[in-house]
Structures are given as C-alpha cells and as structure tokens.
Design a protein around this ligand. Structure first.
Ligand code: SF4
Length: 377
C-alpha cells in the first residue's frame, strides 16, 4: 500500500432535485459550519485509518458543491491541504451548477486553488431543462460559460451534457453542442440518458406521462459523439472527450482501479481490497463522520472491476499490468474472447505493449463484451 490516493468529497445538498438524478442528495438547508467541520474530521480519520497522507487529485462533487458559501469552501480546501500533502500540480475539480456561476462566484473560483471546473450544462434546450426540473436555462448556461471564460481562463473547464433527455431533438442537441463549443472548452462529458428506477423520471415514463425511446436516445448520443470527434476531441473514455490531453486525472484513478478516499455522506472509498460506503443519514454522519458500511472485495470482484473499468478507456487493458496487479496471467478463455472480438473488428491491440482496447465502434458494445468475458468465469 502506498501513502497516496485520490480524494472525493461529496457535498450532498441541492437547491432542488432533477427528475433524472439518482445521485445521493437532499434539499434540506445545509448546516454548513457543522458539515464542513465533519468533512475535515473525516479527512483526518481516513488519513489515520489508511495511512494515506498524500493526495494525487481532489474532486468536490455532489449534490451541488457550487452552493457552498465561499467562506466554507475556503475553509474546506484549506483544511484538507493542512491535513494532506499533494502533488505539485494536484488536479482539484469542483462541479458547478450554471445557475450558481455568477461573476462573483467565477471571481472566487479564479482566486481559489481549484484547477478544474466541471459545469453541468446537461442541455441547451429550455423545454428540456424545465421538463426535468433542472435549475438552469440555456441563457444561464451561456452566462456561466462566459463568466468562466472571462475570470477562469487559467483553469480547465469541462461541460457535462446528457443526450436523450425528454423533449431533446437531434436539432436541439446539435445546436446546443455547437453553442457550447463556441467557448474554449477542452473537456466534454457526453452521457447517454440512463433512466434509473429510483427517479421521478422513471415513474413519469412508467405512467406514460413522458415518452422515452432508448434507441432514439442512443442515436442522439452517437450523433453527439461523432460531432465531438469531428471537432477534434479525443474520446478517451466512453463518455469523456478531451483536447490537448486534458483528461480528468481524478476520474482516471477510478478507471485504473487505483486507491481513492471518499469523504462526506454517501461517499465511497476504496483502498486495496476494502471498500467503504458512508451513511446517507446526513444528520448522523455529521455527528459521527466516517459512519459507513464496509465490504471486502474478493479477487474475482477486483478482476471484474479492473476489466470493466479499463475497457471504458481508449487505452483498454494491458496484459502485464493485469499480471502485476493480480499475480497471474489473464486466462486463455478470456484471451479467446479477445480474439473473437478482434475478429469482429471491435477490439484492437497494440501487441508490442500488450494493450487491448475497444475501438470507437467496439465501445458501443462494452456491456456485451463484458458479458462474454464474465461467461468464461
Ligand atoms: S443532477 Fe445534480 S443538481 Fe440535479 S438533483 Fe442530481 S445532484 Fe442535484
């Protein structure tokens, strides 16, 4: 075990809930003072528990981290870096709702140690945004990007979009993408809508109040993907596109299966074969930060996760890395699945380096590929 890891901080508060969202968050008035103190207490506790004192990246996600008052965000960041050392160019990301991204907030971000701002655009179509209860409009999305371009030009700015939300059309998705690419963005996350059973959107679709066509949603995502590729973006992960190598270093930690700490209600951390998941009872977590359930990951679990996450990326998996990580060679049965998918033209290899990866078309069939791999167990 090394003394380094990535750190995820979960801010489980939102001003309102979006119909499609299955992330853990609550709309209660946040008790910021107590909450931030408990975040810092949990940081100290996790550091001692796992002997991790050095951070490779920090990601403040939610929920809606952009609703934290500046004073408390400052307190949170300075408390974390008083406790942990960090890489010289440590990537520090914050998720921002465009509705919160005023000139003042952008000015504050510019002065903060944050290096990367991930803006939740989701759609540039007002009918879509209001239909799913998103707290923003196309105008606010543009204004947020303008403020960030003006005040935070030194930072990495990323925009998140979802293809396939109700009322989105091919035209509105494409014109939305064109509008946001007028800004100098070097990272875009383009997700295909997943309708999770625990969401109001799922209920509305089930009750036939809203129609949802999964094939159409996938078609929209493919059009968006093709547009980003045409514009020179590199699809370095199924849903993530960048220019000039501006990958999300924090998210790479997950895709590579490296260690990460999670702090805050509902946060998950994984260190070697131990995974913990913090309580989602915010009041109790504030009283006892670190309140969590734990799970020991079996070697089979770890191997499956390693394959599942590696093949999400354009680098795929490396045979030597697998052997170093698990102390055994990848089985002949799994290698024969690789061969079958190479014969189909969906899996490629850089044989000199022992890397196997799903190509642009192959990425569309990740789940089917993983099913084939699991069937060999
Ligand atoms: S999508 Fe973001 S803002 Fe909307 S409810 Fe979920 S966490 Fe909150």
């Amino acid at each position: 075990m090394t003394n380094s890891a990535a750190l995820y901080i979960h801010i489980p508060f939102c001003k309102s809930k979006c119909d499609y969202c299955d992330f853990f968050s609550v709309t209660k008035n946040p008790p910021w003072d107590d909450f931030v103190s408990s975040i810092l207490r949990e940081g100290t506790m996790r550091k001692a528990e796992f002997g991790i004192s050095h951070l490779t990246s920090v990601y403040i996600g939610g929920g809606t981290p952009s609703i934290i008052p500046d004073f408390f965000l400052d307190k949170l960041l300075s408390g974390i870096f008083a406790e942990f050392s960090a890489d010289e160019n440590c990537e520090i990301t914050i998720e921002v709702n465009p509705d919160d991204c005023t000139k003042d907030f952008a000015r504050f971000l510019a002065k903060s140690p944050i290096t990367r701002i991930s803006v939740g655009i989701q759609s540039m179509n007002d009918a879509v945004l209001s239909q799913v209860g998103r707290r923003s409009t196309a105008e606010k999305n543009i204004s947020a990007l303008e403020n960030l371009e003006h005040f935070c030009s030194e930072k990495n700015i990323s925009a998140d979009l979802i293809a396939g939300l109700p009322f989105e059309t091919a035209e509105s998705l494409m014109s939305g993408l064109r509008a946001i690419l007028n800004f100098p963005l070097e990272h875009i996350s383009l997700y295909s809508l997943m309708v999770s059973p625990s969401t109001p959107l799922f209920d509305k679709i089930n009750e036939r109040k809203i129609s949802f066509d999964e094939d159409f949603s996938d078609e929209l995502w493919i059009r968006g993907r093709d547009f980003l590729l045409e514009k020179g973006f590199d699809q370095y992960e199924i849903s993530n596109f960048c220019k000039n190598g501006k990958i999300s270093r924090h998210n790479m930690t997950y895709w590579k299966g490296d260690n990460y700490l999670g702090i805050g209600p509902g946060a998950v951390g994984t260190v070697d074969n131990l995974r913990y998941e913090n309580s989602t009872d915010v009041a109790n977590w504030i009283l006892s930060p670190g309140l969590c359930s734990t799970e020991i990951l079996s070697e089979e679990n770890k191997i499956f996760e390693f394959l599942m996450l590696s093949f999400r990326t354009k680098w795929g998996m490396n045979l030597q890395t697998f052997e170093d990580k698990f102390g055994r060679k990848l089985s002949d049965e799994k290698l024969s699945v690789f061969k079958k998918w190479m014969d189909k033209g969906l899996l490629s290899t850089e044989s000199t380096r022992g890397n196997f990866y799903l190509n642009t078309d192959g990425m569309l069939f990740l789940n089917k590929f993983l099913e084939d791999l699991i069937a060999t167990d």
